[in-house]
Design a protein around this ligand. Sequence first.
Ligand SMILES: [Zn+2]
Ligand SMILES: [Zn+2]
Length: 360
Amino acid sequence: MFQRLYVAVVLVLFGGLGAYAAEPRKEIHFPDLPGYRTLKCDFHIHTVFSDGLVWPTVRIDEAWRQGLDAIALTDHIEYQPHRKDVPTQHQRPYEVAIKRAKEHGILLIRGAEITRSTPPGHFNALFLSNIDPLDTEDFYTVFAEAQKQNAFVFWNHPGWKGVEKGRWGEEQTRLLEAGQLHGIEICNGEDYFAEAHQTAMEKNLTLFGDSDIHDPLPDAGPNPSDHRTLTLVFTKERTLEAIHDALVAGRTAVWAGNRLFARQEWLEAIFVASVDVEPPHHRTDKDLRLRMHNRSHCAVEMQRIGPGSPDRITLPARATTLVRFKLTPEQTLEEFPCRVLNYLQAPDQPLTTRLKIPTN
Ligand SMILES: [Zn+2]
Ligand SMILES: [Zn+2]
């Protein structure tokens, strides 16, 4: 009798607490860069307060479990299909989620999606203090209001209605010239917009890649390329202010599927911080063998520039790879000049670099 009571008490105490006592998190690994922390962020997320199917706190739980540092809840300002059940209240997604965000150490950004027909399309405003003044008819007044609040604004999914409708237009020019447009989403969910990527380079816009999730998000699968599309932000510290500063300075990379997109200097820095080469441990007169480590969650696919063998080296995510170099007369062994085919600094333009091979 006592034993059964004891079991019941244990079940009530620990069964009830179980859901809160331990919440596992799958970390995403990208190395910090010299002088900067690498934060994993998703700046485009919906909840039931617009056309999403998820309560705001659930977005925090997902972010925790999936190893993120920061998210923005960005419900549509002009579109609430559930408004009969969830009335239009622009402030509520943030207010509902902020306590849970603090409990989990997730940095939460108050954002909103400015939603107009395409063109000119949709824009996210981040770091707003009050979304209500943006709920106004005149297109340019919305951006002026965002600017008053020192918001960071980027153009969402430019090519989602086709390349033609996703072209840079006079609205974008006017916003850019007024200092009211600062970034562009080159990846949204599964989509990559090459034209937007080109535009980002020409107009010096900060690169974004986001999930734009509406449904509940299943946890990432065992394959490292199976993850939500993210923006990596290189910040001085782990705070909202530091993220805002980094976005203004353009210190981002986009991780989508098995590819990284960023400006050359950031791709190079990620490459150097991620790939570690050991001196050769075995040598014959024909070849030598060494180990290469990839410390990041993104594979590295290198194609040799110039003659020599191997022609190609693929380093899977978070793994050590044994590589064989043939000893040929034309081969230099101090370095491996290569294109990193899945690190893109512009459309169809992979990072070109030289992997240093230490000698023993
Ligand atoms: Zn949108
Ligand atoms: Zn959206």
